[in-house]
Ligand binder design. Structure first.
Ligand code: UDX
Length: 459
Protein backbone atom coordinates (compact mmCIF):
# COMPACT_ATOMS: atom_id res chain seq x y z
CA UNK A 1 0.00 0.00 0.00
CA UNK A 2 1.29 3.48 -0.81
CA UNK A 3 1.78 5.59 2.29
CA UNK A 4 3.10 9.11 2.84
CA UNK A 5 4.31 10.24 6.23
CA UNK A 6 4.62 13.96 6.99
CA UNK A 7 7.16 14.82 9.68
CA UNK A 8 10.25 12.67 10.21
CA UNK A 9 10.40 13.14 13.96
CA UNK A 10 10.38 10.41 16.53
CA UNK A 11 6.90 9.12 15.84
CA UNK A 12 6.98 9.65 12.08
CA UNK A 13 10.32 7.98 11.47
CA UNK A 14 9.71 4.94 13.66
CA UNK A 15 6.20 4.36 12.33
CA UNK A 16 7.33 4.83 8.73
CA UNK A 17 10.23 2.40 9.13
CA UNK A 18 8.02 -0.25 10.75
CA UNK A 19 5.34 0.10 8.05
CA UNK A 20 8.03 -0.17 5.35
CA UNK A 21 9.40 -3.28 7.06
CA UNK A 22 6.08 -5.11 6.61
CA UNK A 23 6.05 -4.23 2.91
CA UNK A 24 4.28 -0.91 2.46
CA UNK A 25 5.75 1.63 0.03
CA UNK A 26 6.54 4.62 2.23
CA UNK A 27 7.52 8.17 1.29
CA UNK A 28 8.56 10.42 4.18
CA UNK A 29 8.46 14.16 3.75
CA UNK A 30 9.97 16.86 5.93
CA UNK A 31 10.83 20.54 5.64
CA UNK A 32 14.27 20.04 7.21
CA UNK A 33 16.62 19.71 4.20
CA UNK A 34 19.56 18.56 6.29
CA UNK A 35 17.55 15.82 7.99
CA UNK A 36 16.23 14.54 4.64
CA UNK A 37 19.72 14.50 3.12
CA UNK A 38 21.23 12.68 6.07
CA UNK A 39 18.45 10.11 6.20
CA UNK A 40 18.95 9.35 2.52
CA UNK A 41 22.60 8.68 3.44
CA UNK A 42 21.49 6.34 6.24
CA UNK A 43 22.25 8.78 9.08
CA UNK A 44 19.56 8.58 11.75
CA UNK A 45 18.86 11.79 13.69
CA UNK A 46 17.92 10.09 16.97
CA UNK A 47 19.18 7.23 19.09
CA UNK A 48 16.60 4.48 19.25
CA UNK A 49 17.43 0.78 19.60
CA UNK A 50 16.90 -1.11 16.33
CA UNK A 51 15.93 1.92 14.29
CA UNK A 52 19.11 2.49 12.33
CA UNK A 53 19.21 -1.03 10.87
CA UNK A 54 15.52 -0.93 10.06
CA UNK A 55 15.75 2.39 8.20
CA UNK A 56 18.90 1.41 6.30
CA UNK A 57 17.59 -1.99 5.20
CA UNK A 58 14.25 -0.66 4.04
CA UNK A 59 15.90 2.31 2.33
CA UNK A 60 18.24 -0.03 0.48
CA UNK A 61 15.25 -2.19 -0.51
CA UNK A 62 13.47 0.91 -1.87
CA UNK A 63 10.53 0.60 0.51
CA UNK A 64 11.20 3.91 2.28
CA UNK A 65 12.32 7.23 0.78
CA UNK A 66 12.90 10.68 2.23
CA UNK A 67 12.03 13.85 0.38
CA UNK A 68 11.20 17.53 0.68
CA UNK A 69 8.91 17.37 -2.33
CA UNK A 70 5.57 17.60 -0.54
CA UNK A 71 3.54 17.90 -3.74
CA UNK A 72 4.81 14.59 -5.13
CA UNK A 73 4.51 13.01 -1.68
CA UNK A 74 0.81 13.92 -1.47
CA UNK A 75 0.26 12.27 -4.85
CA UNK A 76 2.10 9.11 -3.76
CA UNK A 77 0.04 8.05 -0.76
CA UNK A 78 -3.43 6.52 -0.62
CA UNK A 79 -2.93 7.18 3.07
CA UNK A 80 -1.41 10.49 4.14
CA UNK A 81 -0.16 10.21 7.71
CA UNK A 82 0.62 13.39 9.60
CA UNK A 83 3.20 12.98 12.37
CA UNK A 84 4.43 16.55 12.61
CA UNK A 85 5.21 18.15 15.96
CA UNK A 86 2.68 19.85 18.19
CA UNK A 87 5.04 21.83 20.44
CA UNK A 88 3.58 23.62 23.44
CA UNK A 89 2.74 27.27 22.79
CA UNK A 90 3.57 29.99 25.33
CA UNK A 91 0.43 29.20 27.35
CA UNK A 92 0.98 25.40 27.37
CA UNK A 93 -1.66 24.63 24.74
CA UNK A 94 -0.58 22.61 21.69
CA UNK A 95 0.66 24.73 18.78
CA UNK A 96 -1.07 23.42 15.65
CA UNK A 97 0.74 25.43 12.99
CA UNK A 98 2.59 22.41 11.56
CA UNK A 99 -0.52 20.22 11.62
CA UNK A 100 -2.52 22.85 9.74
CA UNK A 101 0.34 23.44 7.30
CA UNK A 102 0.14 19.75 6.34
CA UNK A 103 -3.62 20.08 5.86
CA UNK A 104 -2.93 23.03 3.59
CA UNK A 105 -0.50 21.09 1.39
CA UNK A 106 -2.85 18.13 1.18
CA UNK A 107 -5.72 20.39 0.14
CA UNK A 108 -3.61 22.06 -2.52
CA UNK A 109 -1.97 18.97 -3.99
CA UNK A 110 -4.39 16.06 -3.72
CA UNK A 111 -5.70 14.74 -7.01
CA UNK A 112 -7.50 11.57 -5.95
CA UNK A 113 -9.28 10.11 -2.92
CA UNK A 114 -7.19 10.26 0.27
CA UNK A 115 -7.33 9.04 3.82
CA UNK A 116 -5.63 11.55 6.08
CA UNK A 117 -4.38 9.97 9.30
CA UNK A 118 -3.56 12.19 12.25
CA UNK A 119 -0.78 10.53 14.27
CA UNK A 120 0.38 13.55 16.22
CA UNK A 121 -0.98 14.09 19.71
CA UNK A 122 -3.55 16.78 19.02
CA UNK A 123 -6.26 18.42 21.11
CA UNK A 124 -9.78 17.11 20.74
CA UNK A 125 -11.37 18.73 17.69
CA UNK A 126 -8.15 19.01 15.64
CA UNK A 127 -9.18 16.39 13.08
CA UNK A 128 -12.34 18.44 12.48
CA UNK A 129 -10.16 21.51 11.90
CA UNK A 130 -7.92 19.58 9.50
CA UNK A 131 -11.00 18.39 7.58
CA UNK A 132 -12.43 21.93 7.38
CA UNK A 133 -9.15 23.35 6.12
CA UNK A 134 -8.81 20.71 3.40
CA UNK A 135 -12.47 21.18 2.39
CA UNK A 136 -11.97 24.96 2.21
CA UNK A 137 -8.99 24.63 -0.13
CA UNK A 138 -10.74 22.05 -2.32
CA UNK A 139 -13.61 24.50 -2.63
CA UNK A 140 -11.19 27.25 -3.69
CA UNK A 141 -9.77 24.85 -6.27
CA UNK A 142 -13.30 23.90 -7.34
CA UNK A 143 -12.35 20.26 -6.66
CA UNK A 144 -15.03 19.37 -4.14
CA UNK A 145 -15.37 16.12 -6.08
CA UNK A 146 -12.19 14.82 -4.42
CA UNK A 147 -13.14 12.59 -1.50
CA UNK A 148 -11.17 12.43 1.72
CA UNK A 149 -11.55 11.31 5.34
CA UNK A 150 -9.60 12.46 8.37
CA UNK A 151 -8.90 9.65 10.83
CA UNK A 152 -7.45 10.00 14.32
CA UNK A 153 -4.85 7.31 15.00
CA UNK A 154 -2.76 8.36 18.01
CA UNK A 155 0.62 6.76 18.66
CA UNK A 156 1.56 5.16 21.97
CA UNK A 157 5.21 4.28 21.40
CA UNK A 158 7.74 4.82 24.18
CA UNK A 159 11.20 6.24 23.59
CA UNK A 160 13.82 3.56 24.04
CA UNK A 161 11.47 0.78 22.91
CA UNK A 162 9.76 2.62 20.06
CA UNK A 163 10.48 0.03 17.35
CA UNK A 164 9.29 -2.86 19.50
CA UNK A 165 6.21 -0.90 20.60
CA UNK A 166 5.28 -0.22 16.96
CA UNK A 167 5.94 -3.78 15.89
CA UNK A 168 3.75 -5.16 18.68
CA UNK A 169 1.28 -2.46 19.64
CA UNK A 170 -0.89 -3.00 22.75
CA UNK A 171 -3.72 -1.37 20.86
CA UNK A 172 -4.36 0.48 17.61
CA UNK A 173 -6.78 3.30 18.29
CA UNK A 174 -8.69 4.37 15.20
CA UNK A 175 -11.08 7.28 15.33
CA UNK A 176 -13.40 7.37 12.34
CA UNK A 177 -17.04 6.96 11.48
CA UNK A 178 -16.31 6.18 7.84
CA UNK A 179 -16.49 2.49 6.90
CA UNK A 180 -14.29 3.02 3.87
CA UNK A 181 -11.57 4.69 5.98
CA UNK A 182 -11.77 1.91 8.56
CA UNK A 183 -11.35 -0.69 5.81
CA UNK A 184 -8.22 0.98 4.44
CA UNK A 185 -6.68 1.50 7.91
CA UNK A 186 -7.39 -2.16 8.73
CA UNK A 187 -5.41 -3.14 5.64
CA UNK A 188 -2.54 -0.84 6.60
CA UNK A 189 -2.22 -2.37 10.05
CA UNK A 190 -3.21 -5.94 9.17
CA UNK A 191 0.37 -7.25 9.72
CA UNK A 192 0.25 -5.97 13.31
CA UNK A 193 -3.26 -7.18 14.02
CA UNK A 194 -2.88 -10.89 13.37
CA UNK A 195 -3.06 -12.95 16.52
CA UNK A 196 -5.80 -11.08 18.29
CA UNK A 197 -7.84 -7.98 17.62
CA UNK A 198 -5.81 -4.96 18.65
CA UNK A 199 -7.82 -2.38 16.77
CA UNK A 200 -10.26 -0.30 18.79
CA UNK A 201 -12.47 1.77 16.52
CA UNK A 202 -14.32 4.76 17.92
CA UNK A 203 -15.42 8.26 16.95
CA UNK A 204 -12.77 10.79 16.01
CA UNK A 205 -12.97 13.01 19.10
CA UNK A 206 -12.86 10.09 21.54
CA UNK A 207 -9.75 8.77 19.78
CA UNK A 208 -8.06 12.16 20.09
CA UNK A 209 -9.00 12.29 23.75
CA UNK A 210 -7.85 8.70 24.42
CA UNK A 211 -4.24 9.68 23.81
CA UNK A 212 -4.33 12.50 26.36
CA UNK A 213 -6.27 10.45 28.88
CA UNK A 214 -3.72 7.60 28.61
CA UNK A 215 -0.71 9.85 29.14
CA UNK A 216 -2.38 11.81 31.92
CA UNK A 217 -3.37 8.59 33.70
CA UNK A 218 0.24 7.37 33.59
CA UNK A 219 1.55 10.76 34.74
CA UNK A 220 -0.97 10.61 37.59
CA UNK A 221 0.32 7.22 38.70
CA UNK A 222 3.86 8.57 38.80
CA UNK A 223 2.97 11.75 40.68
CA UNK A 224 0.88 9.74 43.12
CA UNK A 225 3.81 7.44 43.82
CA UNK A 226 6.18 10.37 44.19
CA UNK A 227 3.81 11.87 46.71
CA UNK A 228 3.76 8.55 48.59
CA UNK A 229 7.57 8.52 48.58
CA UNK A 230 7.78 11.90 50.31
CA UNK A 231 5.21 10.75 52.83
CA UNK A 232 7.08 7.48 53.40
CA UNK A 233 10.24 9.42 54.27
CA UNK A 234 8.35 11.40 56.85
CA UNK A 235 6.59 8.34 58.25
CA UNK A 236 9.80 6.32 58.40
CA UNK A 237 8.45 3.72 55.96
CA UNK A 238 10.08 2.35 52.80
CA UNK A 239 8.32 3.29 49.56
CA UNK A 240 9.93 0.36 47.73
CA UNK A 241 8.18 -2.06 50.09
CA UNK A 242 4.96 -0.11 49.66
CA UNK A 243 5.38 -0.27 45.86
CA UNK A 244 5.68 -4.04 45.95
CA UNK A 245 2.77 -4.24 48.35
CA UNK A 246 0.35 -2.24 46.24
CA UNK A 247 1.59 -3.45 42.84
CA UNK A 248 0.56 -6.99 43.71
CA UNK A 249 -3.06 -5.86 43.46
CA UNK A 250 -3.89 -6.41 39.77
CA UNK A 251 -6.18 -3.39 39.87
CA UNK A 252 -3.09 -1.28 40.57
CA UNK A 253 -0.38 -3.29 38.83
CA UNK A 254 3.40 -3.00 38.99
CA UNK A 255 3.85 -0.66 36.02
CA UNK A 256 4.42 3.07 36.34
CA UNK A 257 4.55 3.13 40.10
CA UNK A 258 8.29 3.69 40.40
CA UNK A 259 9.04 6.77 42.45
CA UNK A 260 11.89 8.91 41.15
CA UNK A 261 12.75 12.45 40.16
CA UNK A 262 9.52 13.10 38.28
CA UNK A 263 8.49 12.37 34.73
CA UNK A 264 10.18 14.16 31.83
CA UNK A 265 10.41 13.68 28.08
CA UNK A 266 8.52 15.03 25.17
CA UNK A 267 5.08 13.70 26.07
CA UNK A 268 3.90 13.60 29.67
CA UNK A 269 4.77 17.18 30.74
CA UNK A 270 3.46 18.63 27.47
CA UNK A 271 0.29 16.54 27.37
CA UNK A 272 -0.68 17.14 31.00
CA UNK A 273 -0.31 20.89 30.46
CA UNK A 274 -2.20 20.76 27.16
CA UNK A 275 -5.15 18.90 28.71
CA UNK A 276 -5.29 21.44 31.55
CA UNK A 277 -5.52 24.13 28.84
CA UNK A 278 -8.13 22.20 26.89
CA UNK A 279 -10.19 21.91 30.08
CA UNK A 280 -9.89 25.65 30.67
CA UNK A 281 -11.16 26.17 27.14
CA UNK A 282 -14.41 24.45 28.09
CA UNK A 283 -14.57 26.24 31.46
CA UNK A 284 -13.58 23.19 33.45
CA UNK A 285 -11.04 23.31 36.24
CA UNK A 286 -8.91 20.13 35.90
CA UNK A 287 -7.84 20.12 39.53
CA UNK A 288 -6.32 16.63 39.54
CA UNK A 289 -4.19 17.32 36.50
CA UNK A 290 -2.93 20.56 38.01
CA UNK A 291 -1.91 18.68 41.16
CA UNK A 292 -0.16 16.02 39.04
CA UNK A 293 1.88 18.71 37.33
CA UNK A 294 2.64 20.60 40.53
CA UNK A 295 3.85 17.45 42.28
CA UNK A 296 6.03 16.63 39.28
CA UNK A 297 7.64 20.06 39.24
CA UNK A 298 8.41 19.78 42.94
CA UNK A 299 9.74 16.24 42.53
CA UNK A 300 12.42 17.40 40.11
CA UNK A 301 14.02 19.39 42.97
CA UNK A 302 13.89 16.63 45.58
CA UNK A 303 17.45 15.39 44.99
CA UNK A 304 18.93 18.87 44.99
CA UNK A 305 17.14 19.61 48.28
CA UNK A 306 18.65 16.49 49.84
CA UNK A 307 22.14 17.44 48.65
CA UNK A 308 21.72 21.01 49.83
CA UNK A 309 20.53 19.90 53.27
CA UNK A 310 23.38 17.42 53.59
CA UNK A 311 26.00 20.06 52.81
CA UNK A 312 24.15 22.60 55.00
CA UNK A 313 23.49 24.97 52.14
CA UNK A 314 27.18 25.34 51.32
CA UNK A 315 27.62 24.05 47.77
CA UNK A 316 29.86 26.84 46.52
CA UNK A 317 33.02 25.38 44.98
CA UNK A 318 31.91 21.77 45.41
CA UNK A 319 31.96 19.27 42.54
CA UNK A 320 29.28 16.63 41.99
CA UNK A 321 29.46 13.48 39.91
CA UNK A 322 26.22 13.02 37.97
CA UNK A 323 25.27 9.66 36.48
CA UNK A 324 22.52 10.00 33.88
CA UNK A 325 21.43 12.96 31.79
CA UNK A 326 18.69 11.51 29.56
CA UNK A 327 15.14 11.76 30.92
CA UNK A 328 15.05 7.96 31.03
CA UNK A 329 17.31 5.06 29.91
CA UNK A 330 17.82 3.96 26.30
CA UNK A 331 17.42 7.40 24.82
CA UNK A 332 19.57 10.49 24.30
CA UNK A 333 16.58 12.73 24.86
CA UNK A 334 16.99 15.39 27.55
CA UNK A 335 13.71 17.21 27.01
CA UNK A 336 12.28 18.14 30.43
CA UNK A 337 14.84 15.80 32.01
CA UNK A 338 15.10 15.98 35.82
CA UNK A 339 18.91 16.06 35.36
CA UNK A 340 18.58 19.55 33.90
CA UNK A 341 16.72 20.95 36.89
CA UNK A 342 19.31 19.31 39.13
CA UNK A 343 22.36 20.62 37.24
CA UNK A 344 20.92 24.10 36.93
CA UNK A 345 20.21 24.27 40.67
CA UNK A 346 23.75 23.07 41.44
CA UNK A 347 25.27 25.67 39.13
CA UNK A 348 23.07 28.33 40.66
CA UNK A 349 24.45 27.35 44.06
CA UNK A 350 28.03 27.68 42.78
CA UNK A 351 28.80 23.96 42.37
CA UNK A 352 30.31 22.17 39.36
CA UNK A 353 29.12 18.95 37.70
CA UNK A 354 31.11 16.01 36.28
CA UNK A 355 28.58 14.10 34.22
CA UNK A 356 28.37 10.79 32.40
CA UNK A 357 25.53 9.35 30.33
CA UNK A 358 25.81 6.39 27.92
CA UNK A 359 23.96 8.24 25.12
CA UNK A 360 23.08 11.83 25.99
CA UNK A 361 26.53 13.45 26.24
CA UNK A 362 26.30 15.10 22.83
CA UNK A 363 22.79 16.29 23.59
CA UNK A 364 24.00 17.82 26.86
CA UNK A 365 26.79 19.55 24.98
CA UNK A 366 24.25 20.89 22.45
CA UNK A 367 22.06 22.28 25.21
CA UNK A 368 24.66 23.78 27.55
CA UNK A 369 27.73 24.24 25.33
CA UNK A 370 31.12 24.77 26.93
CA UNK A 371 31.03 25.92 30.53
CA UNK A 372 33.58 25.84 33.32
CA UNK A 373 31.20 24.20 35.74
CA UNK A 374 30.33 21.26 33.46
CA UNK A 375 32.74 18.46 32.66
CA UNK A 376 31.45 15.70 30.39
CA UNK A 377 33.37 12.53 31.29
CA UNK A 378 34.10 9.56 29.03
CA UNK A 379 33.18 6.93 31.62
CA UNK A 380 31.06 6.66 34.75
CA UNK A 381 34.24 6.02 36.76
CA UNK A 382 35.90 9.20 35.47
CA UNK A 383 32.89 11.24 36.57
CA UNK A 384 33.41 10.06 40.17
CA UNK A 385 37.02 11.07 40.54
CA UNK A 386 37.48 13.69 43.25
CA UNK A 387 33.76 14.53 43.40
CA UNK A 388 32.18 15.55 46.69
CA UNK A 389 29.28 13.15 46.13
CA UNK A 390 27.62 11.02 43.46
CA UNK A 391 24.16 11.97 42.20
CA UNK A 392 22.08 9.57 40.05
CA UNK A 393 19.36 10.93 37.77
CA UNK A 394 18.71 8.12 35.23
CA UNK A 395 18.41 4.38 35.82
CA UNK A 396 20.64 3.16 32.98
CA UNK A 397 21.47 -0.56 33.28
CA UNK A 398 25.21 0.16 33.41
CA UNK A 399 24.70 1.99 36.72
CA UNK A 400 22.98 -0.92 38.41
CA UNK A 401 25.98 -2.96 39.54
CA UNK A 402 29.03 -0.72 39.83
CA UNK A 403 32.05 -1.49 41.97
CA UNK A 404 31.09 0.05 45.28
CA UNK A 405 34.69 -0.13 46.48
CA UNK A 406 35.80 1.90 43.51
CA UNK A 407 32.91 4.31 44.13
CA UNK A 408 33.91 4.86 47.76
CA UNK A 409 37.57 5.31 46.91
CA UNK A 410 37.02 7.71 43.99
CA UNK A 411 34.68 10.06 45.85
CA UNK A 412 36.03 12.76 48.16
CA UNK A 413 33.11 12.09 50.53
CA UNK A 414 31.59 8.59 50.28
CA UNK A 415 28.02 9.74 49.84
CA UNK A 416 25.52 8.86 47.13
CA UNK A 417 22.23 10.62 46.34
CA UNK A 418 20.19 8.27 44.19
CA UNK A 419 17.10 9.68 42.46
CA UNK A 420 16.16 6.26 41.03
CA UNK A 421 16.50 3.86 43.98
CA UNK A 422 19.00 1.63 42.19
CA UNK A 423 20.71 0.12 45.21
CA UNK A 424 19.92 -1.71 48.40
CA UNK A 425 20.56 0.71 51.30
CA UNK A 426 21.93 -2.14 53.44
CA UNK A 427 24.53 -3.10 50.83
CA UNK A 428 25.58 0.52 50.47
CA UNK A 429 26.04 0.80 54.22
CA UNK A 430 28.18 -2.36 54.22
CA UNK A 431 30.45 -0.78 51.64
CA UNK A 432 30.83 2.30 53.79
CA UNK A 433 28.78 4.49 51.47
CA UNK A 434 26.27 6.90 52.92
CA UNK A 435 23.19 6.47 50.79
CA UNK A 436 20.26 8.80 50.28
CA UNK A 437 17.47 7.69 47.96
CA UNK A 438 13.81 8.42 47.32
CA UNK A 439 11.18 7.50 49.90
CA UNK A 440 13.35 5.18 51.92
CA UNK A 441 14.83 5.31 55.37
CA UNK A 442 17.71 7.72 55.79
CA UNK A 443 21.10 6.09 55.30
CA UNK A 444 22.09 6.74 58.88
CA UNK A 445 19.22 4.63 60.21
CA UNK A 446 20.02 1.72 57.93
CA UNK A 447 23.68 1.80 58.96
CA UNK A 448 22.71 1.79 62.63
CA UNK A 449 20.45 -1.20 62.03
CA UNK A 450 23.33 -3.26 60.69
CA UNK A 451 24.45 -5.65 63.32
CA UNK A 452 27.22 -7.17 61.20
CA UNK A 453 30.48 -5.18 61.18
CA UNK A 454 31.51 -3.95 57.72
CA UNK A 455 34.60 -6.21 57.40
CA UNK A 456 32.58 -9.28 58.31
CA UNK A 457 29.79 -8.39 55.89
CA UNK A 458 32.24 -7.93 53.05
CA UNK A 459 33.99 -11.22 53.70
C1 UDX B 1 5.27 8.18 27.06
C2 UDX B 1 4.15 7.11 27.01
O1 UDX B 1 4.54 5.98 27.80
C3 UDX B 1 3.88 6.72 25.57
O2 UDX B 1 2.81 5.79 25.53
C4 UDX B 1 3.52 7.96 24.78
O3 UDX B 1 3.30 7.66 23.44
C5 UDX B 1 4.62 9.00 24.90
O4 UDX B 1 4.88 9.28 26.28
P1 UDX B 1 7.93 8.23 26.92
O5 UDX B 1 7.82 9.70 27.17
O6 UDX B 1 8.83 7.75 25.85
O7 UDX B 1 6.47 7.63 26.58
O8 UDX B 1 8.45 7.56 28.26
P2 UDX B 1 7.93 6.62 29.43
O9 UDX B 1 8.69 5.37 29.44
O10 UDX B 1 6.46 6.51 29.42
O11 UDX B 1 8.40 7.48 30.70
C6 UDX B 1 7.95 8.81 30.92
C7 UDX B 1 8.57 9.39 32.17
O12 UDX B 1 8.00 8.81 33.34
C8 UDX B 1 10.08 9.21 32.32
O13 UDX B 1 10.61 10.43 32.77
C9 UDX B 1 10.23 8.15 33.37
O14 UDX B 1 11.43 8.26 34.10
C10 UDX B 1 9.02 8.44 34.24
N1 UDX B 1 8.56 7.28 35.01
C11 UDX B 1 8.00 6.21 34.34
C12 UDX B 1 8.63 7.28 36.40
O15 UDX B 1 9.13 8.24 37.01
N2 UDX B 1 8.14 6.21 37.08
C13 UDX B 1 7.59 5.13 36.48
O16 UDX B 1 7.16 4.21 37.18
C14 UDX B 1 7.52 5.13 35.06
Amino acid sequence: MNLTVFGIGYVGLVQAAVLAEVGHDVVCVDIDADKVKRLNQGIIPIYEPGLEGLVRENHAAGRIRFTMDAAAAVKHGRILMSAVGTPPGDDGSADLQYVLAVAEIIGREMDGPKIVVSKSTVPVGTCDRIASRIAEILKERAREDLAFDVVSNPEFLKEGSAVADCMKPDRIIVGTSSQEAEKVIRELYAPFNRNHERMIVMDVRSAEFTKYAANCMLATKISFMNEMSSLAERLDADVEEVRRGIGSDPRIGYDFIYPGLGYGGSCFPKDVRALIKTAEGVSFDARMLKAVEERNNEQKSVLFDKVNRYFKGDLEGKTFALWGLAFKPNTDDMREAPSRVLMEALWQAGAAVQAFDPEAMQECQNIYGQRDDLLLCGTKEAALRGADALLIATEWKVFRAPSFDMMREALKTPVVFDGRNLYDPKIMARYGLEYHSIGRKAAAIVAAELTVPKEQALA
